[in-house]
Design a protein around this ligand. Structure first.
Ligand code: FES
Length: 132
């Protein structure tokens, strides 16, 4: 059974929130070591810590681009603590996919890894700013 379900093809051909943001609160790039593809995420936060705006860019296979696209839809308006709880199941469900298997899961995980890395870096910065 092909992994390229209708929703994957739709998000790949018409990626949502594709582009960059000026002066984002979170800007992060993550690569898939297996293929060298990468995804960049840009997130602006509201003062209450929820996602005000999000964009992504980068190059990747249909699955990674579709996963990044649907991730931007999922996280719009969400609070930081909700973002921390996101995992691959949320992406698999949103894209209406079967289990992608061990190789393709890395494609699917790429945007989530970028998000988690971006959150970690942002929270570290916040802690060090509050100490200074
Ligand atoms: Fe590179 Fe999927 S083959 S992210």
């Amino acid at each position: 059974m092909s992994i390229y379900r209708e929703k994957v093809i739709d998000h790949y051909k018409n990626p949502r929130n594709f582009g960059k943001l000026d002066n984002p609160d979170i800007e992060v790039k993550e690569s898939n070591p297996l293929c060298g593809d990468d995804i960049e995420l840009y997130i602006k936060l509201n003062t209450n810590g929820s996602v005000a705006d999000v964009k992504f860019s980068g190059k990747g296979c249909a699955l990674s681009i579709a996963a990044a696209s649907v991730l931007t839809e999922i996280i719009s308006g969400k609070k930081l603590k909700e973002l921390k709880r996101l995992n691959k199941k949320d992406i698999i469900k949103a894209l209406d996919l079967p289990d992608p298997g061990p190789t393709r899961i890395e494609c699917l995980l790429l945007p989530i890894k970028a998000l988690k890395l971006g959150l970690t870096e942002y929270l570290k910065r916040e802690v060090s700013n509050s100490k200074s």
